[in-house]
Ligand binder design. Structure first.
Ligand code: SF4
Length: 387
């Protein structure tokens, strides 16, 4: 790696799942491995990687790779290895790069996980969501709690020593007791990292329709806040560092790839619907796998949406993302980066946030307070001033 190269994260989108969960609005499609579109998409992603490399490799070294989706482990190990080999061949991947795959607990075992390690993955993120069977059922997941535990143990046996578990709260029929049980069962496994998300009702999902029809009994806002507070207290007590609004890690295991997003740094997204952010430009690739593959095979432009971000917009987004980090954001560094004094530019928002005990300012470090963390999105929005 040449020393004057910049770092970037590489995101690869696998847009397939064996089943579509009722709450999910990700760009993913149900398929079976036999569907021709699956192998076509893998080939197209490889070609897309190759076509994108000449603009990237001379200037950037890859410091993290993240296979997301969808369900990356929906693909065969041969297909995942093919994608990984293409990356290794055409990109300058840092020798210490964090290389993650998302996985679901269904249809994975120790052999499968060993194959992932052989392919080069060194971090695994398992979509557990809950460790209660009744909740999993109401959540429309295809696995049981025991299958999730077995998946974790198989990954450990296979040699993964950096594993994240995703858990969700504010779920249909979820009580505080059921939430606490899931957390404690997850803690017994001793994962290196936990991501804790509240259910959001995304437009167009089955859950959103059920909610509108009054058929989705969700915990209310007070219960939701208590669930998050319980998670924060319990995970901290068990030695996890609460380093981002929804993320907790044992020492040394913060997710490097996601920190690229929160620090508003550069990334290349490859695959259907993947978003890239380089040189102040953000753009999205064609979403539909068949159209994406067709365009790649015919060397057509894959961009469906793009924007060039102004300095003010970039600064606003950098604050919004940075405030998600419990370490907060350095106003001095923002001033150096954007040549605008944020303390002056956002004085009203910052002063009002401090008066309401939602923001704290210690020297040049601006942070969300504990109360602010619980309504992070609402506070952050105020930093987006249009220019
Ligand atoms: S497995 Fe994950 S990506 Fe696939 S539909 Fe369910 S929530 Fe969405």
């Amino acid at each position: 790696m040449s020393i004057d190269k910049r770092f970037l994260g590489l995101y690869l989108h696998v847009p397939f799942c064996e089943h579509h969960c009722a709450y999910c609005d990700f760009n993913t499609y149900t398929a079976t491995l036999e569907n021709i579109i699956v192998s076509q998409t893998v080939d197209a992603i490889c070609d897309d990687l190759i076509n994108s490399a000449p603009a990237i490799t001379p200037c950037y070294a890859v410091k993290s790779i993240f296979f997301g989706g969808g369900t990356p482990t929906f693909l065969t190990s041969t297909q995942l290895t093919k994608l990984m080999n293409t990356i290794q061949k055409y990109y300058d991947v840092h020798e210490d790069a964090e290389i993650s795959a998302e996985s679901n607990p269904s249809r994975v075992d120790s052999t499968r996980f060993k194959e992932l390690i052989l392919a080069g993955f060194n971090r695994l993120s398992i979509g557990v969501q809950s460790l209660d069977n009744s909740i999993l059922k109401s959540l429309d997941r295809t696995h049981t709690a025991q299958e999730a535990i077995d998946a974790f143990n198989s990954a450990r046996d296979a040699g993964f020593n950096n594993i994240n578990l995703d858990l969700m709260y504010r779920l249909p029929n979820q009580t505080a007791e059921l939430w606490s049980e899931s957390i404690h069962k997850a803690l017994e496994l001793q994962p290196e990292h936990l991501s804790i998300y509240s259910l959001t009702l995304e437009p167009g999902t089955r859950f959103e329709r059920m909610h509108k029809g009054g058929n989705l009994p969700l915990p209310d806002e007070d219960e939701e806040i208590k669930m998050m507070e319980y998670a924060i207290t319990t995970l901290k007590m068990h030695g996890y560092d609460h380093y981002e609004v929804s993320n907790f890690a044992k020492s040394g295991y913060r997710c490097r790839h996601n920190q690229i997003y929160w620090n508003n740094e550069e990334y290349l997204g490859v695959g259907p619907g993947a978003v890239s952010y380089l040189n102040g430009r953000r753009w999205k690739r064609e979403r539909l796998p068949s159209r994406y593959a067709n365009k790649v095979f015919h060397n057509q432009d894959l961009t469906v949406e793009e924007e060039t971000l102004s300095k003010l917009r970039t600064m606003g987004e950098t604050i919004i993302l940075g405030l998600r980090l419990l370490d907060g954001i350095s106003l001095r560094r923002l001033n150096e980066r954007f040549e605008i004094d944020p303390m002056e530019f956002y004085s009203t928002v910052i002063k009002s946030g401090i008066e309401q005990n939602l923001l704290s300012l210690n020297g040049h470090i601006l942070k969300l307070t504990h109360s602010g963390l619980l309504i992070a999105d609402t506070i952050s929005e105020q930093f987006l001033i249009s220019d």
